[in-house]
Design a protein around this ligand. Structure first.
Ligand code: SF4
Length: 210
């Protein structure tokens, strides 16, 4: 009989003061995996595990009960990478990061999309080298798009809009993702989409000033 297919899942401890897991969570994680399976650590604050297809729902539910966040792997928006919120949750906008992550993580997009958030302009969460980047500056938020850390065409993201209230940040991010989903080609990275579609064209569709 052939081996049952396994499905990769991305797992982390959710958004908090740094990408941390408790010993209890690590023990629980191990108990849901086959002894010969491997756990991959990514640079994006996620662990990749492989679970038998028929067990995905059960393992996801169990891990969520242990305080893990579980995400699909593939052409989806990844969970929001964040800084460590060293100056405090409220001051650095942790509730906004949690809500933004809740809204966008797992959305289907043309190619895996990495969003990053950082609670002040020190930008420890590296928002400018990710597909979507958010910087909190004083009481408002800046949204950047098109950063890319890998490849010889690596580049920093460009500012799409600054001075955003949280609700404006959520709706503009949703609109960017929808535009990318509708107009991006299959497996076209956000940076390549911006090159082809044009930043000014994107701004025009989103009704933003130049
Ligand atoms: S970006 Fe700012 S708030 Fe976040 S960890 Fe760095 S210095 Fe602290």
């Amino acid at each position: 009989m052939s081996e049952e297919k396994t499905i990769p899942l991305a797992v982390n401890g959710g958004i908090g003061f740094g990408a941390k897991l408790t010993p209890q969570q690590l023990v629980a994680l191990g108990s849901y995996l086959d002894s010969n399976s491997e756990v991959e650590m990514t640079t994006f604050q996620q662990l990749i595990i492989h679970v038998k297809e028929s067990h995905v729902d059960e393992v996801t539910h169990s891990l969520e009960k242990e305080g893990f966040s579980v995400y699909k792997v593939g052409s989806y928006v990844k969970s929001l990478r964040t800084c460590n919120f060293c100056k405090g949750a409220e001051e650095e906008g942790m509730p906004v990061a949690i809500e933004l992550n809740r809204r966008i993580a797992g959305q289907e997009v043309p190619f895996t999309l990495r969003p990053a958030y950082t609670g002040c302009p020190n930008a420890c969460g590296e928002p400018l080298i990710n597909d979507i980047g958010v910087i909190k500056r004083n009481e408002h938020y800046e949204l950047y798009i098109g950063g890319q850390a890998k490849g010889e065409d690596a580049r920093t993201a460009v500012l799409l809009q600054d001075n955003l209230e949280p609700t404006q940040l959520y709706s503009l991010t949703d609109a960017v993702l929808e535009l990318y989903r509708q107009n991006g080609r299959k497996r076209e990275r956000m940076s390549k989409f911006i090159d082809r579609y044009g930043l000014e064209n994107i701004k025009k569709h989103l009704k933003l000033g130049s």
